[in-house]
Write a protein that binds this ligand. Structure first.
Ligand SMILES: C[S@@+](CC[C@H](N)C(=O)[O-])C[C@H]1O[C@@H](n2cnc3c(N)ncnc32)[C@H](O)[C@@H]1O
Length: 217
């Protein structure tokens, strides 16, 4: 829900409006619906992007005709299925997931959604996995959505492995309201923002959680 407008005190994005917009612009087919409702059924935290945020990721990838994408943090595959919709038949998304149960559920959801030819779930901690993906680069986009204290590391990896004009995206870029704290995680997230602002064309889209969007110069 948006903050009240500072002049009028009105809230424009009510829960009902947001639910309507999710339904109209970001509706689910069977595969997306199955993935979106998996956490509830499997006792996994429902911490995936919202339908409209997932659709935004898909549209951003369509805008740049992305063919090769890396995601850090798969969960149950919801954002991966969203992004796969933007890829051509020969495109590929490598999605890294540290938790074996999440990886297994995600593979199932991705197969059921008909995306297994374009999405590979790579299991393990991203810091260990990323170097093994470099052979497939340079990439068109890197979407970071995993352990927040490593965002600066992931941003640096993206900087080195994106093509010119490639996109760095980072979810939860407001750090749940804690971005300005004096914690190691907040400092890492601020380094992620500050480096992106320095070496990319960047902004932080004011989604509820904050979505960093940066274009490699
Ligand atoms: C917010 S969820 C990802 C949501 C997913 N991108 C979506 O929107 O559908 C974060 C995921 O990152 C995984 N994760 C956390 N730390 C990780 C790490 N160091 N390497 C790889 N995956 C990690 C967690 O197990 C969790 O499944």
């Amino acid at each position: 829900m948006s903050d009240p407008d500072s002049r009028t005190g009105k809230r424009y994005a009510t829960e009902a409006i947001l639910a309507y917009l999710d339904r109209i612009h970001a509706g689910h087919d069977t595969g997306l619906e199955a993935a979106f409702t998996t956490p509830e059924r499997e006792g996994i935290p429902a911490i995936m992007v919202s339908p409209s945020e997932g659709r935004l990721l898909e549209l951003i990838l369509r805008m740049i005709a992305a063919k090769k994408v890396v995601e850090i943090g798969t969960l149950v595959g919801y954002s991966a299925i969203r992004m796969a919709a933007a890829l051509p038949a020969h495109g590929k998304l490598w999605s890294i997931e540290a938790d074996p149960k999440h990886a297994e559920v995600a593979r199932r959801n991705i197969a059921a959604a008909g995306c297994a030819d374009r999405v590979e779930v790579v299991e393990g901690p991203a810091r260990d996995i990323l170097s093994s993906l470099e052979v497939h680069g340079p990439f068109d986009a890197v979407f970071v959505d995993a352990d927040k204290g490593s965002y600066d590391h992931y941003g640096t990896w993206a900087e080195a492995n994106l093509r010119q004009g490639g996109l760095l995206l980072g979810d939860n870029a407001h750090l749940f309201g804690n971005l300005l704290d004096e914690s190691d995680t907040a400092r890492a997230m601020r380094r992620f923002h500050e480096r992106a602002a320095q070496v990319f064309h960047s902004t932080c889209i004011p989604t509820p959680d904050g979505l960093l969007l940066a274009i490699k110069k």
